[in-house]
Design a protein. Structure first.
Length: 185
């Protein structure tokens, strides 16, 4: 597997056909959504593998994006691409400065809260980030044996991503997130 394929991150999804000439609607997970248009080498989820996909044109349309897939020129052909994820190599992501990070860097990080007497409590590890209407949520699952430490219990926790209030610090190098969260929740 090439380095690019090993580092794929889902950045969008083809959701529906648009018109009769082979265009599709794209739901971009980037912020802002126009950032999707800057990616050069895209890959389409084919179930058990990722296949290269080229877009002849991508443009903003209303609140979303529409695209013409290279070599696709009718609605029925375009329909076969619907409900499939689009990924790019994380190497294509813009470099971030300072303490910024991407969501895909959070899974696997240990999540700690401070208990009575200042004791650090391992709540678990980030499994994934879930988007909700109000704010994003860390899904934290119990863990065993990470660096000789087990999480405090077998509870899965949903911790709201509220920077400064709940999320105190993210340290990618240390592999940890410090939260202000009552372990009873």
């Amino acid at each position: 597997m090439s380095d690019d394929l090993a580092n794929l991150q889902v950045v969008a999804k083809i959701t529906a056909v648009y018109g009769v000439k082979g265009w599709v609607k794209i739901h971009s997970y980037t912020d802002p959504i126009e950032n999707f248009m800057a990616f050069r080498d895209c890959y389409l989820d084919s179930g058990d593998q990722w296949e290269p996909i080229d877009f002849e044109s991508v443009k903003r349309h209303g609140k979303g994006l529409v695209a013409l897939i290279d070599g696709v020129d009718d609605r029925e052909q375009a329909r076969s691409y619907c409900q499939r994820d689009i990924a790019v190599s994380s190497k294509e992501f813009p470099r971030l400065s300072g303490d910024d990070f991407y969501w895909h860097q959070l899974p696997g990080l240990a999540v700690y809260s401070t208990g009575d007497g200042g004791v650090q409590l391992l709540l678990g590890r980030v499994d994934h980030v879930m988007a909700t209407g109000a704010n994003d949520v860390l899904v934290v699952r119990p863990c065993r044996g990470g660096n000789g430490a087990d999480s405090i219990d077998d509870t899965e926790r949903l911790i709201p991503w509220i920077k400064g209030q709940v999320i105190q610090r993210v340290d990618l190098e240390a592999g940890a997130i410090q939260v202000d969260w009552d372990p009873a929740f």
